[in-house]
Every structure is written in C-alpha cells, then in structure tokens.
Design a protein around this ligand. Structure first.
Ligand SMILES: Nc1nc2c(c(=O)[nH]1)N(C=O)[C@@H](CNc1ccc(C(=O)N[C@@H](CCC(=O)O)C(=O)O)cc1)CN2
Ligand SMILES: Nc1ncnc2c1ncn2[C@@H]1O[C@H](COP(=O)(O)OP(=O)(O)OP(=O)(O)O)[C@@H](O)[C@H]1O
Length: 204
C-alpha cells in the first residue's frame, strides 16, 4: 500500500474507533486526560494555553480546561485563517462560538487573537501518534503549517506541543513527512508520554 493510501486507511479506522466509544467511556477518558495533563508542570504555569473544541469523537478537554481559569491562565481556541494557517483566540465557557467551514465551533469576533508563536502551550488534536512525537491529523496540514517555525529550533522550546489522544490511537511508528513538526509530549487518558525521552520502549 502506498503511503498516502495507508495514511487514509489509518485515519478512517481510528476515526471510526473514536466515534464508536460510549458516553461513559468518553467521560472516563476525559478524566484520565486531566490527570495526565496535570503531570506536566507547564500545564500549571504557562500563561497562554491553546486547545481545541472536541468534535467527531475527539477526546474532550472539558474536564481539563476549568482549572486553567482558576489559576489565571488563558485558554484559547484555534481559528482557521485565510492562508490556511491557525490563529488563536481567548475563549471562556459561555463565550459565543460559530461553526467554521468544517463545522467546528470557533470564537465569534474575538477582541484579540494570537499567532502560533505567541502561545506557551498547545494541546494538539490528532488521529494517530507514536512515542517519538510523530502525528497524523485530518490531513489539512493546519498544525504543521502554523508551527513550521519550530522546525528551525532546538526542541523542546515555546510553545510546547502536547498531542491529545486516546491510548488506542498510538501506533508503533508513523513515517514523518518532511513538513511534519513533531510533538514534545502526548497526553492520553492513561499516561503522559515524553517524546524526547531516549528510550521509546522499542529497539532502535
Ligand atoms: N477540534 C478540532 N479543531 C481543529 C482541528 C482538529 O483537528 N480538531 N484542526 C486540525 O487541523 C484544525 C481544523 N482542521 C481540519 C482539517 C481538515 C478537516 C477535514 O478535511 N475534514 C473532513 C475531510 C474533508 C476533505 O477530505 O476535504 C473529514 O474529516 O471528513 C477538518 C478539520 C483546526 N481546528
Ligand atoms: N509548512 C508547510 N507549508 C506548506 N504546506 C504544508 C506545510 N505543512 C504541511 N503542508 C501541507 O499540508 C498537507 C497535509 O499535511 P498532513 O497530512 O501532514 O496533515 P495533518 O498533520 O494530518 O493535518 P492537520 O495538521 O490539519 O491535523 C500536506 O499535503 C502538505 O503539503
């Protein structure tokens, strides 16, 4: 199977598996995710933390986010810009949203927004990941384009990229494309994975 066809197949399988979860499974996973994220010191202190509005079976952030506001940290949602890059607008529970071209809710006429380089921590949605931090998204290339500037920098740096996934979205290895920007961590419903750790549990 050629690489694009294989990626398409993996995307479809994992999206279907995510959609098939029951509401109790999804709620338990959201609680597990909160515990994993709280193991990351930056999640407690970083000023600007971007996330996503979970759709189509994505792991919900709704249990992980409320402590941020209590600690005085800002939470932001992605907005799709004209050049197919992401911008990030502050969003609090109750603020108005409207669907973007993919039907994903975005903040409406925000007072201010920030570019990717202005963020401190980014919770990145994905369909599949491996322990090295390689990721497969929806294929729009939004995160890779928006965070391409990290490609020239020694990692980890700011913003810190933290993939968010159900544990079953892990794969042994995902082939990186030249434009892929790897994740620094992956937080699942089971554990926090440090993608810079040298031992990935598999022989080199
Ligand atoms: N909740 C959430 N918000 C997010 C993302 C995400 O993955 N999850 N994104 C992450 O990048 C950005 C939106 N990216 C997207 C990229 C492609 C498709 C998409 O193409 N969806 C269709 C396929 C249509 C097609 O083939 O053209 C689909 O999945 O069926 C959707 C969103 C920003 N916001
Ligand atoms: N830095 C970049 N500049 C221009 N195009 C890019 C860049 N990064 C990715 N792309 C384009 O985006 C397309 C999708 O990339 P890829 O399949 O890796 O997306 P993805 O990471 O799965 O999606 P997403 O980030 O939206 O979740 C690729 O065809 C690639 O050409």
């Amino acid at each position: 199977m050629d690489a694009p066809a294989e990626r398409r197949e993996i995307r479809q399988q994992l999206a279907a598996r995510r959609r098939a979860l029951t509401p109790p499974q999804r709620m338990a996973a959201a609680q597990g995710l909160r515990r994993s994220l709280e193991q990351l010191p930056e999640f407690h202190t970083d000023a600007r933390v971007a996330g996503y509005w979970a759709t189509d079976g994505e792991l919900p952030l709704n249990l992980a986010i409320p402590p941020l506001a209590e600690r005085g940290q800002q939470f932001l949602l992605p907005m799709i810009g004209r050049e197919r890059e992401l911008r990030f607008a502050p969003w609090r529970a109750g603020d108005p949203v409207e669907p973007n071209r993919y039907g994903i809710p975005e903040p409406v006429t925000p007072h201010e927004w920030f570019a990717a380089f202005q963020l401190d921590l980014v919770l990145v949605p994905l369909l599949a990941f491996d322990r090295r931090g390689h990721r497969l998204g929806y294929g729009g290339g939004y995160y890779d384009r928006s965070f391409a500037f990290l490609g020239d920098q020694a990692r980890p740096t700011e913003p810190l990229l933290v993939g968010i996934a159900y544990a079953f979205q892990e794969m042994d290895a995902i082939d990186a494309e030249s434009w892929d920007i790897p994740l620094d961590y992956v937080a699942t419903d089971r554990e926090l994975i440090d993608c810079h750790a040298t031992d990935h549990g598999t022989p080199a």
